[in-house]
Ligand binder design. Sequence first.
Ligand SMILES: Cc1ncc(COP(=O)(O)O)c(C=O)c1O
Length: 414
Amino acid sequence: MVNEATEMVIRNLTQTEPTPFYLYDLKKIRERIQLVQMRLSSDFEVFYAAKANSHKKILETMKTENLSVDVASMGELNRALAAGFSVDKISFTGPGKRTDELIKAAELGIGGIVVESEAELIELDGVAGRLGKRVAVVVRLSPMQRVGHIGRLIVDEPTQFGFDESSFESLVMCLSKTRNLDLIGTHSHVQSQILHPEYVVKNFEFALEASLLFQTKLKTFGKFKPAKDKFRIALGGGIGIPYSAKSEAFDFDRFAVGLRQLTARYGGAGPLGVPMRFAMELGRYLVGESGYFVSKILREKTVHSRGRRLKFAIADGGYSHCQIACGVGQPIRTNLPFSLLKSDKGRWGGGSEIVSIAGPTCYTQDILVREASLEGIRAGDWLVVENVGAYGKQFSPTTFLLQPEAAEYFVGEE
Ligand SMILES: Cc1ncc(COP(=O)(O)O)c(C=O)c1O
């Protein structure tokens, strides 16, 4: 449930601004970053995955808090530069980078281009050669297995991402033919939205083992010269946030203990004889819980059908503005935590009436809240869906039915 200070900000905004809109709390984001930085060793590099939310103010916050940033398109790269990130703090990931994106990243000399296929490696080598530059590359490795959301071990089908273990030798051969690339590390990202610290640590172990295997193959091949005094192992992300009022928050302290044990076990110089420097890439954990999506209830109606009585409230924002609230991208569709602010200044206090809150479009998935017990919901009340600071607006094409765009507001600026 939103706290009183946030409620006041939202109520004030609704007096002057049209709904739907997003509100982000930058203070909460800063506090989350500081928690992460305090619990990890200072040698651990933290990247913000800009895909989670690439709003300029959010990127500026990440920059001010001294994080690195991972981008996945020219658009995100330009935003990161505009937010003031120095090029050495930027990495660029994605299986389908266009040639103009490779050229720009190479020209700028960004901190690491994460290569995902042999064809990309060869193309990038050519780009670097034509520019007369050496280009720093990281290879993306796909471990053979991962732990899923509920702790089950999953052996993956092949994916479009990176190199799986069966292709490491071929990758090493391909790397050895390049002339203009400096290999500075490996990168993996296997699973998102995990709420159990031990599962994330286990996935990091899989990523680390894949990196060690790759480094061993590189060493065996014998031609590798370390490009830097440290070899970066980016272990990925995966930390989840509560997408249901019943979920528990991720216990970062427990995670940090497990991570320390893991890196102590494997740390030091790797098979290449170069000290390994660890990194991780976080998106939703840094910004997700700081975002609110606010829409207004336009109308209500009660449907009597097949022996059931169900009330629908229709809001002015939904699927086109906040897909994640409608279940898109969630492993299991749940109602996100939400609050109902009543127009008469009261707050929703539960109740026995079963109500679904739908968005305004003619799409059956446009349901923000499915069958919750809500008493007395009325046109003019405001629905506040919580924990949508990541993959909220960015993930929601207003091109669908040409709905008006949701504006974005901020509190907690310094
Ligand atoms: C390569 C990579 N890194 C990091 C992330 C961030 O994931 P999350 O926002 O779940 O932390 C993603 C998400 O898809 C990703 O693809």
